[in-house]
Design a protein around this ligand. Sequence first.
Ligand SMILES: *[C@@H]1O[C@H](CO)[C@@H](O)[C@H](O)[C@H]1NC(C)=O
Ligand SMILES: *[C@@H]1O[C@H](CO)[C@@H](O)[C@H](O)[C@H]1NC(C)=O
Ligand SMILES: *[C@@H]1O[C@H](CO)[C@@H](O)[C@H](O)[C@H]1NC(C)=O
Length: 438
Amino acid sequence: MEHSLSKVVTVIVILVVLTVINVCGYQSYNILYISSVASPSHFLWSEQLSKIIARAGHNVTLLNIFKEGRQENLHFMKLNEVDEYLALDDPIDYLELHRLSQFELQASFLDLEITVCHLALTSNQFVRLMGYPKKFKFDLIIHDHAAGPCLLLLMERFNHPPLIMASASDVLQSTEHFFGSPMFPGLIPNQFTDLSITMGYIERVYNFIITFLESMSRKYHINPRIDQIVKNYYPNMSSVSHLEMDTAVVLLNSIAILSPPEPKLWRVINVGGLHIETPRPRQGKSYLMGLSRNASFEKCVYVSFGSNIQIMSVENPFAQSLIAVARQLPSVMFLWKINQLDGVVPENVFIADWFPQNDILGSGKIDAFVTHGGLLSVQEAAWYGVPMLGIPNYGDQYQNVRRIVRLGAGKRLNLEDVSPEVFKEHLMELIHEERLVH
Ligand SMILES: *[C@@H]1O[C@H](CO)[C@@H](O)[C@H](O)[C@H]1NC(C)=O
Ligand SMILES: *[C@@H]1O[C@H](CO)[C@@H](O)[C@H](O)[C@H]1NC(C)=O
Ligand SMILES: *[C@@H]1O[C@H](CO)[C@@H](O)[C@H](O)[C@H]1NC(C)=O
């Protein structure tokens, strides 16, 4: 009796000691994450990184455009009015974006950066954050640099804590002006071009010129404008674009095998794929079974054009081709992520505005993924070994699709060339090609 009592006492003492060590030796940091890119996919990535940090016990404040509320250790602060204001615009039809030239697209991104800067600076939650008690301390600021430097004035407000840049984009060139690191326009095609990965001489010259112009326009045109806007609201702040140079480390959503080889500084760390959650193949399979009401299809194709673009109606040429091909291939199940669609679709086409993408791509049941070539989707499909048919629309999607073709992980189809015949032919090749079938 006495013997077992001493055992219990020993265990209790050990537990108490462990708890004390845990409490004293454990430090929780206060972290401000500024994620003000007006794109749902950038937000999803920031949210994922925030969750990882919050799970490690740190207190994360995520200033963003899309979400309000709180979870354990994670406080969402929504820059209200921004999302609402942008939603006033007509939803973007994917064909419209596709028609924009590279320069028009960049000009529209610049407009967006400036609009969001104005709106964010006057938003309630931002004003609330600026009004935090003088003694309140953030130990670290993380900033999605794809949004530009506007909200970096929070650095000055909170007395210059260490700064990490982190972005859902994988463009190394966009980090060049933080460290003065060299660029390689002779090697790396500009992110918004459709230049081949192994550029020829003329392509290199062209790429050099646009990369140079872009860099100059950032430095002498865009950044001074952003500084001016910030000064209008906060006259005592110093230049926000100079604050970018306080960057200690950059976390880039880049996976070495997907990107062309590129020399980089040790201060740039690839963390590509961190948004991919552990797959739950059984859930994925039973989701598909439930959806198809246990009907057995021979093959399954997943179609998603991401969160930024919308296809409005069955009149759309891509929609028409997909529907025509689905009619010809009744033994193939089509999952089609789309917000809304007016019109009827064949029985083997399953429409939803959301699919558990991670689970179904990881279920081993998807034979082909028709994608716009958004970086996050491409990384997921490459990770799970699902062959892709890339139909790029705008921005970095051309380069992303070129990279999967180079890897042998998929094929490319241009939007202009989509017709029922060509679409079917590409799809059949993907589904049946031995090299790609897993
Ligand atoms: C955690 O962050 C929230 C939101 O910024 C803040 O209100 C709270 O005071 C922080 N907690 C601690 C312990 O600092
Ligand atoms: C800005 O600086 C001036 C002069 O240093 C000072 O009088 C003024 O109160 C400051 N304004 C704010 C908003 O801090
Ligand atoms: C599909 O089959 C499973 C098990 O075989 C069954 O539990 C489920 O109810 C079926 N679902 C439908 C919609 O018929």
